[in-house]
Design a protein around this ligand. Sequence first.
Ligand SMILES: C=C(O[C@@H]1C=C(C(=O)O)C=C[C@H]1O)C(=O)O
Ligand SMILES: NC(=O)CC[C@H](N)C(=O)O
Length: 830
Amino acid sequence: MSRPRILFIDAYDSFSNNIVSLLTTVLNADVDVLPIDPPHLNPKRAGFQDALREQVRPYHAVVCGPGPGAPDVDKDVGIMKHIWGLEGQDPPPVLGICLGFQSLAVSCGAVVKRLQTGLHGMIREIDHLTAEHDRNIFAGVSTFKATLYHSLHADVGQESVPAIEWQNAKWVSPPLFPDIVPLAWAYEDRGGAVERILMGIRHRTKPFWGLQYHPESICTESAGHRVIMNWFREAMAWNHATGRKTESVSPEVKVTEELESPILADAGPTTCSSSWLQGDGALASFGLDAKYLSKTIDIPLHIEVPDVVEILQDGGNEFIVLDSASAKLKRTGLDVRGRYSIIALDVDEALKLEYRTGRGYVTVRGPSASPAAQGSVKQVKLNQGQTIWQFLTDFWTERQIRSHGTPDPFIGGFMGYTTYELGLEGINVKLHEERHHDRADLCFAWVTRSIVIDHIEGSLRIQTLSSREPEGRQWLETTANKLARSPIWSNAIPANFGKAHQSSQLTPPHTPRARHTVPEIRAPDASEYESKVRLCQDFIAAGDSYELCLTDQTLITQPRSRSEGTLQSQGKHTSPSSWQLYRSLRTRQPAPFGSYIRLGGATLVSSSPERFLTFDSAGLCSMRPMKGTVRKSPLISTLEAAEKALHIPKEEAENLMIVDLVRHDLHSVCGPGNVDVPHLLKVEEYASVFTMISVVEGRLPPRLTGLDVLAASLPPGSMTGAPKKRSCEILQGLEGPRGRERSLYSGVVGYMDAAGRGDWSVTIRSLFRWDDETTSSINPSTLDATTGAGEIETWRIGAGGAVTALSTPEGETDEMFTKLKGPVGVFEEA
Ligand SMILES: C=C(O[C@@H]1C=C(C(=O)O)C=C[C@H]1O)C(=O)O
Ligand SMILES: NC(=O)CC[C@H](N)C(=O)O
């Protein structure tokens, strides 16, 4: 028999692809996905019912999925609501899950109410009917626990049943709702009183079933998969008994995900991407036909990443340093996260690709191209329907290097950043306001000269992608000599030259008093932040989100340092340059994903502990969401104590939600059955906090690369909450003042090399500024006499955390300030 076909109706949930994977693997079925609001099925148009019937006819069964919102709100359920009303001889067999379940219950007359407290990421035992009769999909299923993600539940009068009657009453259709046959329940202890929550139903006469819990969650026990098998067996039995005919899907009806084409706003550029990439202009041919050359030397123990940068800098303007600053602390070799540091060299000479959301073109900046240097900047139009990621893939494919013979993770290739707003474009979340700047949301340099430091081996590899071998080799020698001959290398100058001293005692952010307002720190107002946490919880209670990663920004203004643009340290009384801030942050807050980046008008100084995504050239990808953080304190100073503090329902639920979300993101590119969770809820130690991480792995099909994973998974789920799209929309409204963007914060930083390997971190615990936010000083009192530069620069630091139904406003505010402390401290130190 050919494989059965199932239509999955997606209510924009962040777990949908996990359900598709479950159905595909457990039922050996082909699953097509249709959104709740497909343009060709508008309930307001004449003939809608017929069109919907035609849509579902080819399928053996339909699944109505989970999602944000409420079942009685039309826009939240879209066509789902009309599935239950499909009259005629042969309604299709349908399974509703969570929102889909609630929609079925509402169609049978039930009222949907708010739970006393939402149950998101909570794992509960299911009390189900095991008897073998009457289309009971729980028949023969052993006891199991399942994950819940809901704020609402179906009220069928269960609270009015006296406790002594419950055992007999619970499997009987409630008198007021004769079409609902209860099949499963869960019970929530609410301080002595028990809340009865309907977990599974079937329709009395129609082939409709529903589950309130999430069968696809990583924490729903596999005994629960039997329910899905039973359901499908009942569905097929229904089709057979009623003679319901399914027809094979003709190519016209087959549903595929609709790709939105980018908005082609500016008519400006005329060169389109395909002709540019194949052209032979100086920019288009940059980096083609290159060969990998390298030279390895030992690195003295006292030399640190910034020392290497200082020795080799040649008065450049742009820098990319990915610094495993925590590696030295862990030279045991156990902590593989921080093994390598990568330094791009001669970034000014590299080709840069920049993209801004909503624009239909890519800006290509040639070597040493200042925006003013005409001729070396080109705007290349994206083809109709082509995304920035497809453009980057085409560019990369032309420069791919298959054999290089180095075990190191990077040989040269793309390095750069993306903003949070780039991610929003990818999930079709519109920005509230017009943007009053011209900054790029993605800036990737094609790096051909670089250094990889292996902190475990104590080695340094100088490498180039060069089309002229003798010249390339010459450069390797010159660079090696430059390092070896430097006085710092031979320890003639102490290696802590120019470094800020380590401060272990962190002080809370504050606004310095008026006399000498340098720098001026404007941290979020605690009570305002607390009210935003409460607003988040209102959205959660209403069913609009399961978890919201609320954040806020701290602004620091200071006179622009006179030595900005060089890597010099300077006198005591001037404001610190970005380089000094970086030196200071990496000492105060050493992290596995530190970075110093000056690229495309942005400066980023980061001490991120969070890996977003790593992948190899064979297509194995791994994501490492972090969620659940406690501050180090005398009470919580050991891993053991932190485990106690973090292995509690609230923290575990936060992490689990993001794990399921990341599985969904990875499933979308890796496909059903190709995603696993090798580590769940593991507590790790960082400089000033303990955090819980999980690892989610996927295997990419051969034709896809890590760029496809980035395209499918931004913005990082740990920075949004779930479901991603609705949560981001809510956060946009809350995180004002209006028009404020998260920008680099919540974006990602990393690389994808010419061999196809990549490593990306989430931009958190960091500070950034944009060149265009430097203003002339209007108030002379804010000027430090020794800078005299007359310019004020603005640094931004984002911080926040996940809000759930179980959060407390004070607890979340404290967590936000804890995360802020590290990065803000570099200014206080100055
Ligand atoms: C939002 C931040 O961190 C995120 C939120 C975390 C949490 O809620 O525990 C942990 C790591 C990050 O994914 C931040 O650092 O500002
Ligand atoms: N996961 C879901 O489908 C949730 C359904 C609904 N939004 C609720 O919160 O109850």
